[in-house]
Write a protein that binds this ligand. Structure first.
Ligand code: 3HC
Length: 328
């Protein structure tokens, strides 16, 4: 079924697996959840740390483009909604870091890897948010793409990740709706407001398609991650679903998806559409997108600025522990 997927490095056929690996794979195939203290192949553990860690980083870095608009939201109500949404993203990051910690990695290690450029976060957050309409486009398209990817992850094989995703998905669907609501308002507004909404769609369409990762033929991890049910769908499957879901929503808004090749294909029961510019995608994930330096710089600064607070907490915890021991 997934003949287009490339073989993942280090993946094994059943004949090559040890008895432990075979019985682990059988548990996965039966749909059982894996829990933190149970035996798991090292590759499974590492893949989860990579994926959950990148996901957590995406939630945290993802606060920055929207945080940029909190002080400039057009009404008090919009400001309160945006503030709540950005706080939700911080919460998602924290659940996900906690899920990653159950795999034996510390939060400090994950932070160090993010700050030194040794761990990725979603490509989408390296694009600027230039106008208020971008808050609409981000909620509608970016959170919309995130939900498309994350709803299946509620069934992922690792228990703590799957449980974190259930809560996250509930909040993400509210985020998507608030973005679409902004777009509806702008599209029903003045011609200038509608033009801003169209411009935001034009700039965010292809970066949103890139969120699902490279095409299946270039996705080095998909085959193994799907065998382990760390991923439930291929990148191209989810991208197709996203396009099919989003095109009618754009039509309802009276906006034009910026793709001349976009057409309904009756035979496949989905849209044909243009691929994003993959050279741009690979440049962005290599650190060379429009805002990579700014985003990482902001995170490193926040970490450094918070050092006194972390040190204060540790000093307090040490003193409290010493007092407890002295009282025993
Ligand atoms: N941005 C950055 N890097 C990406 C990427 C993207 N959009 N898509 C793929 N990559 C990277 C992969 O991490 C991998 O690099 P690595 O080997 O250095 O880790 C490389 O490109 C090859 O891609 P693969 O398809 O082989 O990688 P995966 O199997 O990991 O698939 C994925 C990529 C689909 C993003 C998968 O990791 C995934 O489903 N992750 C969980 C969801 C997630 O991280 N979502 C973040 C979205 S933003 C968000 O949720 C915030 C919300 O508030 C909107």
């Amino acid at each position: 079924m997934y003949a287009q997927l490339v073989k993942s490095e280090g993946s094994k056929s059943r004949e090559e697996m040890t008895p432990e690996e075979l019985s682990f794979q059988d548990r996965i195939d039966r749909g059982e959840k894996v829990e933190p203290k149970e035996w798991m192949p090292e590759g499974y553990r590492k893949t989860l740390i990579r994926q959950i860690g990148q996901h957590a980083h995406s939630e945290i870095v993802g606060q920055l483009p929207e945080g940029n608009w909190i002080t400039r939201a057009p009404t008090l109500e919009r400001k309160a909604i945006l503030l709540a949404k950005v706080q939700d993203e911080a919460g998602h990051g924290l659940y996900l870091y906690s899920a990653a910690e159950t795999l034996g990695v510390s939060r400090d290690e994950l932070m160090e890897k993010l700050h030194s450029g040794n761990m990725k976060y979603s490509s989408i957050f390296n694009y600027p948010t230039l106008t208020w309409a971008d808050m609409g486009a981000v909620g509608w398209l970016v959170d919309g793409a995130a939900i498309m990817n994350q709803v299946p992850l509620q069934r992922t094989s690792y228990g703590p990740y799957s449980r974190a995703m259930i809560r996250i998905c509930k909040e993400e669907s509210f985020h998507q709706r608030q973005g679409y609501d902004i777009m509806m308002k702008m599209c029903a507004g003045t011609p200038e407001q509608k033009a801003m909404a169209q411009d935001a769609l034009n700039r965010f369409w292809y970066p949103a398609l890139m969120m699902f990762g490279p095409s299946d033929k270039d996705s080095i991890h998909s085959a193994q991650s799907m065998a382990w049910k760390i991923k439930m769908n291929t990148n191209d499957e989810l991208r197709q679903k996203f396009v099919d879901q989003t095109v009618p929503q754009a039509k309802y808004l009276g906006l034009t998806v910026p793709d001349e090749n976009l057409v309904w294909n009756e035979e496949k029961g989905g849209h044909d559409f243009s691929e994003p510019d993959w050279s741009e995608f690979f440049a962005v994930i290599a650190g060379n997108g429009p805002c990579n330096a700014e985003r990482l710089g902001a995170r490193v600064k926040a970490w450094d600025d918070g050092a006194w607070f972390r040190e204060g907490l540790m000093a307090h915890a040490d003193k409290a522990a010493a007092r407890r021991i002295a009282a025993e």
